[in-house]
Design a protein around this ligand. Sequence first.
Ligand code: GLU
Length: 300
Amino acid sequence: MPELEQALAEVAAEMTERSDRGAVATYIPQLGKVDPKKFGIAAVTNDGRLILAGNAEEPFSIQSVSKVFTLTLALGKVGDALWQRVGREPSGNPFNSIVQLEHENGIPRNPFINAGAIVVSDILLAGHQPREAIGEILRFVQFLADDDTIIIDREVAASERATGYRNFALANYMKSFGNLHHEPELALGVYFHHCAIAMSCRQLAMAGRFLANGGRNPATGHSVVSTERARRIGALMLTCGHYDGSGDFAFRVGIPGKSGVGGGILGIVPGVASLAVWSPGLNENGNSKLGSERLRSSRG
Ligand code: GLU
């Protein structure tokens, strides 16, 4: 077995045995039901090798990892004007903090905390109905992964809406500052649905290829974003991609990464490979416990 295949197979075997796996998110029942023993990992190299191990083909709720794709799409639509409505600084606060938003007059710190991602959803609405914007996001992710079977889990989306009081608070608050252009309900409809996209590690690693390859799909040569934009998205992932644990992830792992409360992490090794890891148990900052550990060790 070639070296990389063997390394990932060993990682998956070792991780499946671990007993200290963190706690699965329970804020909606659909996430609470996921088996904490799952562990999957996938790597797609820029020269086209796809390596899978463990539960790498099993779809999970990508949650906040989706914010990388919505940011990419929104930057494509409005360009740098986006930065008038969303900042680019790490938050140093929990992902759903409202206090910081008050201090900063309704301008969220960065596009990866909830408030920032809700503004990005508002930008993607652009006067359309939520279902059109949601369809566009899903098609974009399917295009990036070269996989039309990727779906949105409607039950997860409905549950996010039913329990999303804090996200409603954030959206209403930003609306009061004039930083949402549509009704909060509509922007949140888009937000809850993109968080509910279900993908496997394989699909996620495939979707991240353009970021590992200077903005271009390495298989087709097709340009998704400019090299400069790919670098900037990577910089935001590095500094803001892990909630309140972003500094620690950057310090220990040192690559751009974005995590979600479903236990997935998309990691980018620029110029080399796109990686996805999934282990549903979370650490104290809401990041996949074994997933972040694994990415750390893979960096030596
Ligand atoms: N849908 C989740 C929320 O808004 C996102 C959680 C996450 O950060 O992955 O609470």
